[in-house]
Design a protein. Structure first.
Length: 730
């Protein structure tokens, strides 16, 4: 292997990789050419990873799976444990001298849809490519926390493309029998893309490439590649292989096959580091790979992402007049998130957070109801895409022409997407082939437009390609298509059932299938916010009439999701649901005989009551009732804390003297009660509460304290999370 040839191949590949990954692939500011999309490096916020036990404990907590007597302590521990995290790429660093650390060489990175898996792999590859091209190893440490001498060479592979070629093409099927099929795919399919990139660069005027590293000519590349194929770089070692989309490679047999190929590659080429990204699925483990999970965004990361996103949006959209500063935009959106815990929880997902930022940026506005939020987002993306089509693919800042599609309305295109989404949901599909989409959509176009089957097929093909390129709703991966986020598929499925005469009946029949829960919630939400309340009432009534605990909880979830307190037509059903939830939660006078035997169900019902703001009628938690107070504490000196306690927050032991009597409550102070105190400190609430809070102001001034200083550290913003009002304040 010639050293010069190796450097030529490496330099050309890194330059191609950088050009492929430097722009965000989805959610454009406007549907223009790729140059109008946001640069990844300007937007990305480094994400953290945690272990499976940490993320599973957090998920159990959010599902209400805990012992009542351990609730407040378990909640505090789970949230605290999520802070015990590490940067994704820092784990691959060389050990510090004398530290004795073992460098991670192989990791399986697990994360839900929209959690940032692909973006993280793209960012890591981009930063490493730029650091190597510019001989700037310090930038990798600065942006990735990755220490290495030398830095690893990033090799990015989209596993869905590799599987498609290896199993769906004659040449690929032949190569699938070799020792390392993934290396064969790299040489056969990626190397030609690098050659095409070099040819395009060679044709560009020199002045347009100012500041760019010098690249080899196409001829020099082909000569070097004959001596040093891309696979030789991996065989030589010193690479970081970034393998994306393990879960999307197909059904269980194909995923197992891909896991086998990855394990074999790591074993035969052990001098590399491997990072595999996947959504969670059963039996996702790969022998020899540690497993880590992406942590949800915390408050600081959410603010940082919003600041970067709005800043990049204005910098890369010069035609837009900036009405407010970036800090004002972030402050406005952050205020909405703080007041809406359910939306806040949604936006710990990076994709959904940037989606709502897009709504604010474009002036569409942010509703509370998820169904209306998705309605506005889908309309915004489709309308922007349609304007581009009618303009012939030319915007003032772009000379890139694209074919003009027939001027189909946004509503018409959305109905076709709804039809496709419903078919995918019914068939448990996340990705479809072009042939499957044509089979579903082309007959309708042929009938409506009086087209031949071939004309309809060509139109559907162009429509899909255009939507995948410019709308941010669909993604194209080789010859397959999927929705950019699974929630969009669920929402559009709900809209499709809105068009069916038997939509309510069919959704009711699916109530016990977990994968249809979100679709049912979004259907009720859409009907409630769009004025079709008769369908919302029918579906909710059907859930209540089922007389099943899970159906009742689903009805409560739907009422909350639709913000039913603002829909008078749903008030009777809301009252009926809350009454039944109180019975299920054992909050009625006859609870001893009517309470459900499952404590988890009782807790879920109580949590749902809090989300519906219907959990205030507990006499035991009414401070005005005598039985709320257990004992009167007279003035005196008392021993506090426990030097030998199990938890650090119980230490140290000290003496405390009180000079006036206090009353000791029978129950811990709840989040709902404490919120009244925090609001009163800020001058909000009843006159009695505000008046009492004012008595504390001189003491607060003495200690230079502000009302927000009293917010519990585990609240995500200005208030507690939805459903946690009756939890002890921590």
């Amino acid at each position: 292997m010639s050293r010069d040839h190796k450097m030529i191949v490496q330099t050309a590949y890194l330059a191609w990789l950088r050009s492929e990954l430097r722009l965000l692939p989805v959610i454009p500011i406007k549907a223009a050419d790729r140059a109008a999309r946001l640069p990844l490096a300007e937007v990305y916020v480094p994400l953290r990873v945690v272990e499976r036990a940490q993320i599973e404990e957090f998920r159990r907590l959010t599902r209400g799976e805990f012992e009542p007597e351990r609730e407040y302590r378990q909640r505090a521990e789970a949230l605290e444990n999520l802070k015990q995290s590490e940067g994704v790429f820092a784990l691959f660093s060389d050990p510090l001298p004398g530290a004795g650390q073992q460098r991670v060489k192989r990791m399986l990175l697990i994360g839900d849809a929209g959690s940032g898996k692909t973006t993280t792999l793209h960012f890591g590859a981009l930063i490493l490519a730029e650091a190597l091209l510019r001989n700037d190893p310090a930038s990798a440490k600065q942006h990735l926390g990755l220490r290495g001498d030398p830095l690893p060479l990033p090799i990015y592979m989209r596993l869905t493309l590799a599987m498609k070629w290896l199993r769906d093409t004659p040449e690929g099927r032949q190569r699938a029998r070799t020792a390392n099929p993934l290396l064969d795919w790299l040489d056969s399919q990626v190397a030609p893309q690098v050659a095409e990139f070099l040819a395009l660069r060679a044709a560009q005027p020199a002045e347009t490439l100012a500041g760019e590293p010098e690249l080899p000519s196409p001829t020099a590349w082909q000569t070097a590649l004959a001596d040093v194929p891309l696979s030789a770089l991996i065989r030589a070692g010193g690479c970081l292989l970034l393998l994306d989309g393990l879960d999307e490679t197909g059904d269980t047999p194909r995923r197992v096959e891909m896991q086998h190929w990855i394990a074999g590659l790591a074993q035969s080429c052990p001098r590399n580091r491997y990072l595999v990204a996947s959504r969670p699925f059963k039996d996702s483990a790969i022998p020899g790979f540690i497993e880590r999970h992406l942590s949800p965004l915390n408050s600081d990361e959410m603010k940082e992402l919003l600041s970067k996103w709005f800043g990049a949006a204005y910098r890369n959209d010069p035609g837009r007049l900036q009405q407010r500063s970036v800090s004002d935009e972030v402050g406005y959106l952050w205020g909405i998130l703080e007041r809406n815990p359910r939306l806040f929880d949604m936006c710990t997902n990076p994709l959904l957070l940037t989606s709502v930022a897009l709504l604010v940026y474009t002036g569409v506005g942010l509703p509370r109801e998820r169904a209306e939020l998705y309605n506005r987002l889908v309309y915004l993306l489709l309308e922007t895409w349609r304007i581009l089509q009618l303009a012939g693919g030319k915007l003032p800042e772009s000379q890139a022409a694209r074919p003009v599609l027939f001027g189909e309305s946004v509503g018409s295109v959305q109905r076709r997407l709804q039809q496709l989404a419903a078919w995918m949901q019914q068939n448990q599909r996340r990705e479809v082939t072009l042939e499957e989409v044509v089979a579903q959509l082309a007959p309708q176009y042929a009938e409506d437009m009086e087209w031949s089957a071939e004309e309809a097929r060509v139109y559907v093909t162009k429509l899909l390609d255009s939507l995948a390129l410019d709308s941010g709703i669909l993604q194209r991966r080789d010859a397959g298509y999927s929705f950019a986020h699974y929630t969009l598929q669920e929402y559009l499925t709900a809209r499709d059932y809105d068009q069916r005469p038997d939509g309510v009946t069919r959704l009711l029949a699916l109530r016990n299938e977990s994968r249809w829960k979100e679709t049912i919630l979004l259907a009720v939400g859409h009907w409630a916010t769009s004025g079709v309340t008769d369908k919302a009432r029918a579906l909710l009534r059907g859930l209540l009439d089922a007389n099943e605990p899970e159906a009742l909880l689903l009805a409560g979830d739907a009422l909350d999701d639709a913000d039913s307190s603002r829909v008078p037509e749903l008030a009777p059903l809301r009252r009926a649901a809350t009454a039944r939830l109180r019975t299920l939660a054992a909050l009625t006078d006859d609870w001893r005989t009517t309470a459900h035997p499952d404590p988890v169900l009782r807790n879920r019902a109580a949590t749902m009551l809090d989300r519906l703001d219907a959990d205030a009628g507990r006499p035991g938690l009414d401070l005005a009732q005598d039985d709320y107070w257990a004992a009167r504490i007279e003035p005196g000196t008392f021993s506090m804390g426990d030097q030998n306690g199990q938890y650090d927050d119980e230490k140290p032991q000290f003496d405390c003297t009180i000079r006036r009597p206090y009353a000791l409550a029978r129950f811990p102070v709840t989040n709902r009660q404490y919120l009244l105190f925090v609001e009163a400190l800020a001058g909000r609430g009843t006159a009695e509460a505000v008046g009492a809070a004012r008595q504390l102001l001189p003491l607060m001034q003495e200690h230079e304290q502000k009302p927000e200083d009293f917010r519990p550290r585990y609240w995500p913003g200005a208030r507690y999370r939805a459903g946690e009002g009756n939890h002890p304040v921590v």
